[in-house]
Ligand binder design. Structure first.
Ligand code: TLP
Length: 344
């Protein structure tokens, strides 16, 4: 069989036989009635890992984020976010469409905001100004290049938000990548936030699902909004079983993905025309500039694809490669040879 490695995203992982077995054997019930025991177990586990009182299982990371926006704002409110943040950039305008909010986008450094920027952006409640009600941060930051949010900055932003009566949501789609890379428990990162979402279907290797974690009293409202958004699932225990399996077996191993990403970045940095600082590759996302090569991003994607390596264009001059559970040490070695061949 010819060589093929999929580095387009960590969303492409497929459930292993052991995970499928756990799914096949899952005890299920109707989760809209709150009666799926496996979903209930997953929600308890997620809440525990995030140090929150409760959690709700939802179909996607976008739904988890948008439920948080709906929960913590009213139409007309303003949400502060880094300009490359997923909630603003990649969610098909959902904040405006589903919650009637507007975004105030601040430019970050590799996705990270300075507390002073947030402080300056919070608007006071004058009746002629829009009202800042929510700050959304992303950890790790996807378009920033898998950047780990420094905890001290999160805490400083939280102090500012609290003073202004502004809520905080964490898009923690890849919070366990941040935790494994920094050694800081996910619950420490989650502490300052009113709501935290995380994905099972990225580096953790489950096929579907995300969780939103918060206080117990907010869950009934979240369940109502989840229904409104069409996200109430029935015998979802089959999916939750994959999630429980992922949380048990696939967190620690994220370090391997980080190692592979660093290795790839280090080689790319030495290839002619490619710009990347390997020191900036903190987790499993490798974003690199190819503007000084002979390729446009679309051409480079094609040239790599012909050799069996799949990546995505990530802007006018950038490509993104993401390492994950289905990328072996042998696979990344082979992929590196392909990058060398295509770009030398
Ligand atoms: N990210 C996807 C694309 O949408 C870009 C990817 O391939 O990286 N938050 C963050 C930080 C994400 O990176 C993503 C997915 C989501 C939320 C949304 O998760 P899903 O796809 O489950 O809705």
């Amino acid at each position: 069989m010819s060589f093929r490695i999929d580095l387009r995203s960590d969303t492409v992982t497929r459930p292993t036989p052991a995970m499928r077995k756990a799914m096949a054997e899952a005890e299920v019930g109707d989760d809209v009635f709150g009666e799926d025991p496996t979903v209930n177990r997953l929600q308890e586990k997620a809440a525990e890992l995030m140090g929150k009182e409760a959690a709700l299982f939802v179909p996607s990371g976008i739904m988890a984020n948008q439920l948080a926006v709906r929960l913590l704002t009213q139409p007309g409110d303003e949400v502060i976010i880094e300009a490359q943040g997923h909630i603003f950039h990649y969610e098909a305008g959902a904040g405006g469409a589903l919650s009637g909010v507007q975004f105030y986008c601040l430019p970050g450094r590799r996705g990270i905001l300075e507390p002073d920027q947030v402080s300056e952006a919070i608007r006071t409640d004058e009746n002629y100004l829009s009202s800042t009600r929510l700050v959304c941060l992303e950890n790790t930051h996807n378009r920033g290049g898998g950047t780990v949010y420094p905890l001290e900055k999160i805490k400083a932003i939280h102090r500012i938000a609290k003073r202004g009566g502004v809520a905080m949501h964490l898009d923690g789609a890849r919070i366990f990548n941040a935790s494994v890379a920094s050694g800081i428990p996910a619950a420490e990162y989650a502490k300052p936030f009113d709501t935290v979402s995380f994905c099972l279907s990225k580096g953790l290797g489950a096929p579907v699902g995300s969780l939103i974690c918060t206080t117990r009293d907010r869950i009934p409202k979240l369940r109502r909004f989840r229904r409104m958004f069409g996200g109430g699932m029935r015998q979802a225990g089959i999916l939750a079983a994959a999630g429980l399996y992922a949380l048990k077996h696939n967190i620690k191993r994220l370090a391997e993905d980080h190692g592979h990403a660093k290795k790839l970045a280090t080689v790319l940095a030495d290839l002619p025309g490619i710009a990347i600082n390997p020191d900036h590759v903190e987790t499993n996302i490798v974003i690199f500039d190819i503007s000084k090569t002979r390729y446009s991003p679309a051409q480079a994607v094609e040239a790599l694809k012909k050799e069996g390596v799949l990546v995505v264009p990530f802007g006018k001059t950038l490509l993104r490669a993401v390492t994950h559970l289905d990328v072996s040490a042998k696979g990344i070695k082979k992929a590196i040879e392909v990058f060398r061949k295509v770009f030398s």
